[in-house]
Design a protein around this ligand. Sequence first.
Ligand code: AMP
Ligand code: ZN
Length: 475
Amino acid sequence: MAFTLYNTLGRELQTFEPITPGQVGFYGCGPTVYNYAHIGNLRAYVLHDLLVKTLKRRGFRVNYVMNITDVGHLSGDNDSGDDKMVKSAEERGKGVLEIADFYSQAFFNDTRRLNIDPPTVICKATDHIGDMIDLIRRIADRGFTYSAGGNLYFDVSRFPGYGELALIRPEELRAGARLGVGVDKNKRNPQDFVLWFTKSKFENQALVWDSPWGRGYPGWHIECSAMSIKYLGEQFDIHAGGIDHIPIHHTNEIAQSEAATGLHPWVRYWIHNEFIVMDKGKMSKSAGGFLTLQALTEAGYDPLDYRYFLLGGHYRSQLQFSFDALEGARNARRSLLEKIRSLADKAAGAGDGSFEGKAWEYRGAFDTALDEDLSTPKALAGLWTLLRDPALPPGDALAVAFDMDRVLGLGLEKGIEGKAEEDPEEVREIEALITERKEAKKRKDFATADRIRDTLKCRGIMLEDGPTGTLWRRE
Ligand code: AMP
Ligand code: ZN
């Protein structure tokens, strides 16, 4: 069976065919690092991971690019409200970049604990202002912009097909029904959006850059167009994000990218995950009162229990989070691990990784489930059926289960080694040491910084300094 994905652009299941055979260019909108990621946000990245792992399993080479938003994201996607980064920095009495650094590191610690593989490219918005300015210049040269009140706007009326992704009808466009009319008096059409802010919005903006339109900072949407084009080319295969991004952010990304290049379609497949909701409704970072992965671990859960919970629902279905549901996922994952350990005892070890006969059928059914728009509930059910089949030699069942887990990422092999689940107390301690090392480096106390690195190394904890901070992993 061919690999199919539900494409928001067209609202149908489509057979996946990359632009270049054997290679996939994939861009996933990354976090805005003004606060911890909440467990709803993490659903988006588990989906990206699942997609990448599935594509790799099918033999594709995947170039997965993720941005880090550290400038320009206002609390309203339509240019309204406060600057999220600046507000967070002010509230915490820190610099914007310091805040960005801290929450990027926290984000990648969360994704690592969820068995999410790191993207091929992680790119920060503030490192790509020049690319954004270049792209805006192309958009302006092709006549899609106007200046008003100190800002440079994208004029949606010049772009035929605006709103195709979100199924916005032309009459809605004129009425501006969805997006709140009157937010910004400078806009000619309610859907017009800012490409470059200068003096208009925040007088004391912390981060500003020179540009042909004056000293200022970019609108939020342009970073994703600029960075995806830079790393994946002017047309690429897949773009993903949560469903909240369909009406504004992704709609505007398409308009400005295609306006700049004149190429259509900019992206072939648009993949959107539904929301995680709480009893009280939507979870949101800006509204506060949300759950983090750390909160789940402090309540005694393993991050992979949450991954199991997510896989139990299809990514296009809304999932209601509750601790009862998480408890169910934990129990199921524990039974899974017990089953794996008992098979390993019977097989006297992990087996040699080979399998034959019926085991191949289970593997085939699992792949078919993934081929059907990443149907993880079916894939999980397939894993259970495999493990419960008494006719299957234990070594074969084990080998196929581990093979499936390369996509599911539930830590089954680790489970068989009897390794303890991550201890939240220890994680906190490691992260405190990393912060201490960072502070030591800042005051040029390299002896202390090296000592901390060596101490952690002795405990089998390896540090990797990257553009988004320091990540850690077990040796
Ligand atoms: P942000 O850091 O706010 O830019 O969001 C990161 C990702 O999380 C985006 O892809 C959002 O669409 C997605 N997202 C935000 N809230 C939720 C939620 N409650 N459930 C699932 N995904 C979400
Ligand atoms: Zn984006």
